[in-house]
Design a protein around this ligand. Structure first.
Ligand code: HEC
Length: 245
């Protein structure tokens, strides 16, 4: 019978309504879930990072690797033995001179009035021997009150130290030094003469020498240049002059 077949194969309208109902509920649930997902705030708490702290730590670590210790006021401290090693390794770079004094400004030698030995001293020597020539005990010998004795022993010795440097154990005014004095052969004869005359006159050494003091001349510097010595030769010359005191 066709009636019976219809009853068997066509889904009842109750079932169809239920189907619609469930489908709609399902769709609403999916839409709601999507809505929640789209509008949800990230659960973690994010903060904008200020990297300056990290950068400081990094700079500090780098400085330590380069064997500087950064101080809070922006200066750095370096072990004196290590500083000497660096001077030997890299030659003189005033940036590596210990921060015991205001670092002198590098002066372009062509701009310096050669008569102005004090400017050359400030630029080339004060970083180690200090602006007042007092040196740093155990690291850089004093020049004030000492260059007069060196001059008295042999005026040429001052020229030799400046031209060729000095390296090896010495004793100055009872204090031992075993440092490296760099060579300054790149300065002109006139500059070296002006510079040495400044060191001899700035702190009373020339006065003490009295008549024995005759300003160092350019020609005397020129005469020493031909030797082509090393710092070790200057040390040997110093021993001959018996200058330890
Ligand atoms: C990098 C640091 C440094 C600089 C820059 C420097 N000196 Fe020296 N100087 C030394 C040291 C260290 C000694 C001692 C060397 C040693 O122990 O053998 C010395 C020694 C000397 C001596 C010999 C002292 C003695 O009793 O024999 C004279 C003179 C001198 N310096 C002059 C100068 C002059 C002039 C300049 C500038 C042109 C200068 N120095 C720049 C570090 C320096």
């Amino acid at each position: 019978m066709p009636d019976q077949r219809i009853r068997q194969y066509i889904i009842s309208d109750v079932a169809v309504r239920r189907g619609f109902l469930f489908a709609s509920i399902g769709m609403i649930a999916v839409l709601l879930a999507l809505l929640v997902l789209i509008t949800a705030q990230p659960q973690g708490r994010f903060q904008a990072l200020d990297a300056s702290g990290h950068r400081l730590l990094l700079a500090d670590a780098e400085a330590r690797l380069a064997s500087f210790e950064l101080l809070e006021d922006g200066l750095a401290r370096i072990d004196i033995d290590r500083a000497m090693e660096l001077v030997v390794e890299r030659g003189l770079d005033l940036e590596f001179a210990p921060a015991v004094a205001e670092p002198p400004e590098e002066v372009d030698p062509t701009l310096v009035d050669v008569a102005d030995g004090s400017a050359i001293y400030a630029a080339q020597c004060a970083g180690c021997h200090q602006a007042d020539g007092s040196g740093v005990p155990g690291a850089f010998p004093p020049l004030a009150g000492h260059v007069g004795d060196l001059y008295a022993a042999d005026p040429a010795f001052l020229v030799q130290v400046t031209l060729y440097g000095l390296q090896g154990p010495i004793v100055v005014q009872g204090v031992s030094y075993a440092g490296v004095m760099p060579a300054f052969a790149r300065l002109t004869d006139a500059e070296i003469a002006a510079l040495l005359n400044y060191t001899l006159t700035a702190w009373g050494d020339a006065e003490e020498l009295g008549d024995a003091f005759v300003p160092v001349g350019e020609d005397e510097v020129q005469a020493e240049r031909d030797r082509a010595w090393t710092a070790a030769d200057v040390l040997a010359r110093r021993a001959e002059l018996d200058l330890d005191e």
